[in-house]
Design a protein. Structure first.
Length: 198
């Protein structure tokens, strides 16, 4: 369905409002305020497909009970209860891994996934390193990845309620002869995800 909506970007909305917006525009709500999501660039889609394959293969082969979800997929963060009118934050991570099946319902995930991956676009960089990082830390996402320009991966691991950063970079002088990065995944101790320059 494609219908024109007029929404006030300065107004605070709830998930109940969000569910009435039956158009083709991708949006998130961050504490009730709309954030528009542009269509991803080709490289973004390529990286997402590659990561989906690697994570999916690991989850399938280990029969670990975890679930992989990719955008567009709603992740709702309840703070004051699970009623739709009390939820003010809904995000669509590029990828997320959810190991607690009780958090999954027919509308997406409610609560913190175990791992979230965001692939940077020029229009999302400030949010992914700022608002979203703070939000994911606050809500209790154990592991948060930000992938920037395929040469740099920033991994944030939750420890004592705060993120500890580990950075991986093909731009590093010590990595000049390396063609790809291997990033360990804390929620799957034996897994390393391969990321190579495109």
């Amino acid at each position: 369905m494609n219908m024109e909506l007029t929404l006030d970007l300065n107004k605070r909305y709830t998930y109940a409002d969000y569910m009435t917006w039956l158009d083709d525009v991708r949006r998130e709500l961050i504490e009730g305020f709309i954030k528009l999501l542009p269509a991803p660039a080709d490289i973004h889609s390529h990286v997402s497909a590659n990561l989906t394959f690697q994570f999916g293969l690991c989850i399938d082969s280990n029969d670990c009970g975890c679930h992989l979800r990719v955008a567009p997929y709603d992740v709702r963060f309840p703070v004051d209860g699970t009623d739709d009118k009390k939820i003010y934050t809904v995000v669509q991570p590029d990828l997320c891994v959810i190991c607690d099946s009780s958090k999954i319902d027919k509308r997406g995930c409610i609560g913190a996934p175990d791992l979230i991956v965001e692939i940077l676009s020029p229009s999302t960089a400030l949010d992914d390193f700022g608002n979203k990082k703070e939000l994911y830390q606050f809500i209790g996402v154990e592991e948060y990845w930000v992938i920037s320009d395929i040469k740099n991966v920033f991994v944030f691991l939750l420890k004592d309620g705060e993120y500890q950063e580990v950075a991986y970079s093909l731009d590093d002088e010590s990595m000049k002869d390396i063609e790809f990065l291997e990033i360990p995944v804390s929620v799957f101790p034996d897994l390393k995800i391969k990321i190579e320059e495109q």
